[in-house]
Design a protein around this ligand. Structure first.
Ligand SMILES: CC(C)(COP(=O)([O-])OP(=O)([O-])OC[C@H]1O[C@@H](n2cnc3c(N)ncnc32)[C@H](O)[C@@H]1OP(=O)([O-])[O-])[C@@H](O)C(=O)NCCC(=O)NCCSC(=O)C[C@@](C)(O)CC(=O)[O-]
Ligand SMILES: NC(=O)C1=CN([C@@H]2O[C@H](COP(=O)(O)OP(=O)(O)OC[C@H]3O[C@@H](n4cnc5c(N)ncnc54)[C@H](OP(=O)(O)O)[C@@H]3O)[C@@H](O)[C@H]2O)C=CC1
Length: 426
């Protein structure tokens, strides 16, 4: 058995599968299962990634009840975790009586970095960049004419001096902020950077270490806000005001303790990632930016804010960099991504960004509401019961039967699931 399979990438999918089978990495049954699971055309799947051997289906669902900027939307989500979609719909339902989510987008620019070292006078180099502002705009137009034709392109130039651990300036980094229109824009920005960096470095006489997009996109911040009346929050034996105060306290806590902040933010990303996957967007790019933004003060904190206003309402706010696209990358190639844009009734990438941040806020609300009242396990585990049933071997009608029996038990685990399944079958 060896994984040193040189020129594997030059083979057809069938040949790759056969080789993995012959090497003993795949059983015949697994081989057949992989062969049978295809929705994407072979050429599309092969063009998107390398060493493609098959496709990996995940369930796709819709979150309901969302009103974003006055418009009702249905949100497609692709996710493997039970209760995420239910929580999202549940959260959005609470926001409806006071109008749903209101969003704000002040700007939408992607940042590209040109990093230059070995300069004698950094302050002088910074002035040189500013004196060449007009020339850099011209270079950028030449480097990516098609985005200019779409009324996008370079928006601004921001030189930054970067100090090293000893406090000495070691790098001049030039930020080119680019309007990428409806694309996510990483390739557009990288093309623009590579088309401008040599000339810029020549003016400076330094050493260009690299040029690349920054995923910390604080020029593409999107804010979503919502309100829930105390009257609508009461749950079990807890009144609405108490729940609201406890949700606000939970957010304050997540600003103080990174151990909690990571989980708080994971809940937000539950919703966000699911919509990104459903629309063919780059989850890694958004996650990198979101977590960097959560650490912008120097300590990693809650991404969201929940406070109480004078009208007896809980007020939620989530601001995140959201450089998503509605064209380009895999988005225009994946048929289900296009169908999901249809579901969302998107007019632009900005519409998608607004929906995604609102989903993050709804998700966060539901998780916090459960956590500060009855706890997460009732809602989450009752929906997780079906996964546990399948894991124990339940099939067909047995799945619901076993899940219902598991929900009636004090604790759920795979041993118990197996025992209950045996009872069902006996
Ligand atoms: C699970 C619920 C929604 C139950 O909540 P419930 O109060 O039992 O729900 P309900 O029966 O009153 O229904 C309210 C609405 O929720 C939705 N809903 C309700 N049930 C379903 C379902 N089966 N399938 C689809 N949608 C469902 C649906 O929209 C429904 O409206 P309706 O359709 O009746 O008009 C609630 O307990 C909840 O929101 N819990 C939070 C669960 C959660 O956050 N899950 C994420 C995974 S846990 C995690 O990874 C993150 C975490 C928690 O660690 C983050 C953190 O720590 O901050
Ligand atoms: N650090 C990171 O996050 C990195 C991410 N990536 C990857 O880059 C990809 C995204 O890059 P991106 O530049 O968006 O993708 P593309 O390279 O696909 O560029 C977008 C394309 O969309 C076309 N287009 C059509 N309509 C529009 C419109 N209205 N607005 C803007 N463009 C339009 C443009 O065509 P035309 O040329 O005719 O204008 C352009 O070719 C993702 O796959 C991502 O994973 C890559 C490198 C790094």
């Amino acid at each position: 058995m060896t994984s040193n399979l040189s020129k594997f990438y030059k083979k057809t999918r069938a040949e790759r599968l056969a080789q993995l089978h012959d090497e003993g990495f795949l059983s015949s049954d697994s081989l057949e299962l992989i062969k049978a699971n295809t929705i994407l055309e072979e050429t599309v799947a092969n063009s998107l990634i390398e060493n493609q051997i098959g496709q990996f289906p995940l369930p796709m669902g819709v979150a309901l009840n969302f009103i974003v900027d006055g418009k009702d939307i249905v949100v497609p989500m692709v996710v493997e975790e039970p209760s995420v979609i239910a929580a999202c719909s549940n959260g959005a339902k609470f926001m409806r009586p006071l109008g749903g989510f209101e969003t704000t987008v002040k700007e939408r620019g992607l940042i590209g970095q040109i990093i230059i070292s070995d300069l004698e006078d950094f302050e002088q180099a910074k002035s040189t960049i500013l004196s060449h502002e007009h020339d850099i705009f011209e270079l950028a137009k030449e480097a990516h004419p098609s985005i200019v034709a779409r009324s996008g392109g370079l928006l601004s130039i921001e030189p930054r001096l970067i100090k090293n651990e000893s406090g000495d300036i070691e790098f001049l980094t030039i930020h080119l902020v680019v309007d990428v229109k409806d694309a996510m824009g990483a390739n557009i920005v990288n093309t623009l950077l590579e088309g401008t960096k040599n000339q810029i470095n020549e003016w400076l006489g330094g050493n260009c270490l690299m040029s690349i997009l920054s995923n910390y996109n604080d020029h593409s911040l999107v804010t979503s806000e919502c309100r829930v009346s105390f009257d609508d929050l009461a749950t079990g034996d807890m009144d609405g005001k108490t729940i609201a105060q406890r949700i606000a306290a939970a957010t304050r806590y997540a600003k103080l303790d990174p151990y909690r902040a990571a989980t708080h933010n994971k809940g937000i990303m539950n919703g966000i990632d699911s919509v990104l996957i459903a629309t063919g967007n780059d989850t890694r790019a958004v996650a990198a930016g979101a977590h960097a933004y959560a650490a912008r003060t120097g300590s990693y904190q809650s991404m969201s804010n929940w406070t109480i206003n004078d009208d007896n309402e809980l007020v939620g706010e989530l601001t995140l960099p959201m450089p998503v696209g509605s064209v380009g990358g895999a988005i225009s190639v994946l048929p289900l991504a296009k169908i999901n844009q249809e579901l969302l009734q998107l007019d632009s990438a900005i519409d998608l960004a607004k929906a995604v941040v609102s989903v993050g806020l709804a998700q966060n609300f539901s998780a916090l509401k459960a956590l500060v009242s009855e706890g997460i396990q009732r809602g989450h585990m009752s929906l997780h019961a079906k996964s546990l049933a399948i894991h124990a071997g339940a099939i067909g009608d047995e799945i619901d039967d076993l899940a219902n029996r598991l929900k009636n038990e004090k604790q759920m685990n795979s041993k118990l699931a197996t025992e209950l399944l045996l009872k069902i079958r006996s």
